[in-house]
Design a protein around this ligand. Sequence first.
Ligand code: MTE
Length: 307
Amino acid sequence: MLIKKKKDLPDNQVTDYSIYQSRRHFMKTMAGLGLMATAGGIIQPSFANTSRQFSTNEKLTSFDDISSYCNYYEFGTGKSDPKKNAHSLVTSPWSVVVEGECQKPGKYNLEDLLKPVSIEERNYRFRCVEGWSMVIPWMGFPLAELIKRMKPTSKAKYVYFETLLDPQHMPGQKTKVLDWPYTEGLRMDEAMNPLTLMATGLYGKDLLNQNGAPLRLVVPWKYGFKSIKSIAKIRFMEHQPVNSWQKANMTEYGFYSNVNPQVNHPRWSQRKERRIGEFRKRKTLMFNGYSEQVASLYKGMDLKKNF
Ligand code: MTE
């Protein structure tokens, strides 16, 4: 994790969060000693701050809003259900199965998977398909780091992700609201883009269950449903996988799901969004404001067809 000095982080962004503060106090002490702390508490030497170029300086959404207003259908379809119900998810021990077109398949326990990574903080805009957005200080590491370690073969054109399947602890999986387990996919170049994050925490704390503990994806230029939570399987694939929302409704949800104010959802406009914590609506930006970093990935593609 990056240790932000006080001058880098306005006080109004952190003072509301007492839990974060105590942790931050610990980390500031560590920073004074020239050490870094990961979300898992492992101390590592400091590393170059390459991630800040991608981060936004916009006002952060409060920790309370981020952890209370959630989408996690395994725990109910209402926005407040995950906070109420996700305590039943067991996140330790946790393992991730890696399979398909790669040279290092296997079942990795989370500690082994995270041992070599440096956890960074990145403030990303996060936009949901139904018209709301947040700015979240994620803790995590580039997905590219993990992919490189798994040595994908030349056949690996896509990366597929699966959430844990555990109806006993995820009561929503006993219903038919989606085809379980929740699945997602990225094209390999999207997955390797430096913006694509494997998140382990936010606001300097490990992820809460309702936000996708212990490991979730964050793809800031895409609609929120691409950011699959509580990942238990990663598969390298030759062919484009189908995600949960495509399975639920092919005409409403596509594979790419790039934030695009020009392409409406069949049931609502995508031109404007409301930042949680604000009343006014703001114009939605192409690729959620990350065009400079990602527009080249889609050069020559018809983004109306490939929505
Ligand atoms: N992952 C799983 N496993 N199950 C879900 O229902 N919902 C998605 C995504 N990841 C979802 C999921 C949707 S629709 C959104 S908008 C984001 O998670 C919401 O993330 P947040 O609740 O942390 O804001």
